[in-house]
Design a protein around this ligand. Structure first.
Ligand SMILES: [Zn+2]
Length: 186
């Protein structure tokens, strides 16, 4: 099987932020034509203004916006609310940095497994400076992240595309919280 190209993940900056209903978000994303036709419960075709709302590197990106035989080979949107905060990682994930001393934290895989058991309360101690923090707030330089509500734009290579300020503002207004993004390759 071909390797997963990657996905652009959009999520509230606060990893514990969630919404009682997704109607506001989906309504706004449709209104600005970020997404179009609904494919199933969670998946949507991307809309006519997708290529204005996300900036691609290079002048003529090869973006397949229509369904193909292989779901992984076309760009589409998935909206994923979670029952509790989860950590998303991929083969592109790099070690995070301590929020205080900024040094890299090795052994993060085990730390995040422990965090998953008690996401709200878990505290990890930095091996370099002994600073204690909830690893949900680690900085991953856009190679991983934690959250409870995610938008996946499938089939985007890491750093290939950046959400525009206009898209991030729309998400912030629709949800009442600031958003950020990262990239995951399964
Ligand atoms: Zn530290």
């Amino acid at each position: 099987m071909a390797m997963h190209t990657g996905r652009l993940v959009l999520t509230p900056q606060d990893p514990f932020f969630t919404l009682p209903t997704l109607d506001g978000i989906t309504g706004c994303l449709r209104q600005i034509d970020f997404c179009g036709e609904q494919l199933d419960q969670r998946r949507f075709l991307l809309g006519e203004r997708f290529l204005q709302l996300v900036s691609f590197m290079g002048c003529s990106p090869h973006i397949e916006l229509e369904p193909t035989d292989d779901d992984r080979s076309f760009c589409h949107l998935q909206i994923l609310p979670m029952d509790q905060p989860i950590f998303l990682q991929g083969r592109n994930t790099n070690p995070p940095r301590c929020g205080k001393c900024r040094r890299r934290i090795q052994g993060w895989e085990r730390i995040m497994e422990e965090w998953q058991k008690q996401p709200q309360d878990y505290q990890a101690t930095c091996p370099h400076c002994a600073h204690s923090q909830n690893p949900a707030h680690y900085q991953w330089r856009q190679t991983a992240g934690s959250g409870q509500l995610f938008l996946y734009v499938e089939n985007i290579f890491p750093q290939e595309a950046q959400p525009s300020a206009s898209l991030l503002n729309t998400l912030a207004e629709a949800s009442g919280a600031p958003w950020h993004h990262f990239f995951i390759q399964d």
